[in-house]
Design a protein around this ligand. Structure first.
Ligand SMILES: Cc1ncc(COP(=O)(O)O)c(C=O)c1O
Length: 364
């Protein structure tokens, strides 16, 4: 058993590949923008964020006006602000089941009840969503339509339309979280929920996956009234966001580097996704998994959910590090689920890791 433990393979955190982190480019672009802007990036300023970057996001990412865009310190912090503004002990938020574990924590910390609606391979189960809205009258519906964390699911065009219409009719605000959207390895872009229904949708996104997490630059697009409320909350929380990072992102966009970067990351990660899907097909055909088209994750369903505990414990003995499944489920019932993040592993490690997963299943 010790031999097996010597080389552990980690399917644990969804993080960018270490070799993709662009320290040299960050240093160069920071120097260039500080040389140009001098002290303005070093002073307290507008809590909406650095205007040239807000304009770039509005023009190229969201097709909004810059009044609809706020740039903050990472998208998770913006989600926390939204939770604090919209939720309290009397409110309900609906999430996909499973969903991003930290989002559940944030909603619960704001006091809200978190209700899960099952996620199918093409998006949320619509009948269940309608019933949950009717029963709970939720304040928010939190969804990750592109390459969802933790399953990799992409919501279809048809379902996006239904969900956008439904939220408008029922007066439910949608929070569309889209940090992986630019990392599509196959297929075509689908419309964002915000483009389908701007009045009912707040979209959040981030440069963590496209540039690197350490810069902590995330953004939010919503109706100007919503954005103003978030800006006011942000001002009383951190006064001004990290303007040096925002200037740096603006510089990277202006130099055309970001477009190149997206292409490079897609070339780096696409073979890793293919290795994940091919290895599952080859070594673990009795399991079910999501046919992921982009992002960081493939969600795997074990052939028999009653064996989940035994599977996780044996997987650890076999040199695999996995994140336990329950945190992704608002009811903590993650039986049968395994999240497989692939970007930070080589294709060889992915094949080896999935072989070990299948072998673990055989052993139990
Ligand atoms: C769905 C989702 N939302 C938000 C985040 C947080 O992103 P950021 O680094 O911008 O805070 C993550 C990070 O893993 C994520 O998967």
């Amino acid at each position: 058993m010790n031999d097996k433990k010597t080389k552990s393979i980690s399917f644990n955190r969804g993080i960018p590949a270490e070799e993709s982190l662009p320290a040299g480019k960050i240093a160069q672009a920071s120097f260039r923008i500080l040389k140009e802007e001098r002290n303005s990036l070093l002073q307290y300023s507008d809590s909406m964020g650095y205007l040239p970057l807000r304009e770039d996001i509005a023009n190229s990412f969201t097709k909004d006006s810059s009044n609809n865009v706020l740039v903050g310190n990472g998208s998770l912090h913006l989600l926390d602000i939204i939770a604090n503004l919209y939720l309290n002990e009397t409110e309900v938020v609906i999430v996909e089941k499973p969903t991003y574990d930290r989002a559940i924590t944030i909603f619960e910390r704001a006091g809200a009840e978190v209700v899960g609606v099952s996620l199918k391979d093409d998006g949320v189960r619509l009948r269940e969503l309608k019933e949950a809205i009717g029963q709970h009258r939720p304040k928010l519906f939190y969804t990750i339509p592109d390459f969802q964390n933790p399953t990799g699911t992409t919501t279809t065009r048809e379902k996006r339309k239904v969900v956008a219409d439904l939220s408008e009719k029922q007066g439910v605000t949608i929070v569309e979280d889209s940090p992986y959207r630019r990392l599509r390895y196959r297929g075509e872009d689908l419309p964002t929920l915000r483009s389908l229904n701007p009045e009912s949708v707040i979209r959040i996104s981030s440069f963590s996956k496209l540039i690197c997490p350490g810069i902590r630059v995330g953004w939010l697009a919503g109706e100007s009234k919503t954005v103003e409320k978030v800006a006011s909350y942000a001002e009383d929380t951190y006064i001004t966001p990290n303007l040096i990072s925002q200037g740096l992102v603006y510089q990277l966009i202006r130099e055309g580097w970001l477009e190149e970067r997206a292409k490079e990351l897609i070339s780096l990660y696409r073979p890793r996704l293919e290795a994940t899907l091919e290895s599952l097909e080859r070594y673990f055909p009795e399991a079910n998994w999501v046919d992921t088209q982009g992002g960081f994750f493939v969600g795997l369903w074990l052939p028999d959910s009653t064996q989940t505990k035994a599977f996780y414990s044996r997987a650890e003995d076999n040199g695999l590090t996995l994140s336990g499944p329950n945190g992704f489920f608002p009811d903590q019932e993650g039986e049968g689920f395994v999240r497989l993040p692939f970007p930070a592993l080589s294709t060889g490690e992915i094949e080896e890791g999935i072989k070990k997963l299948a072998q673990t299943w055989q052993e139990i």
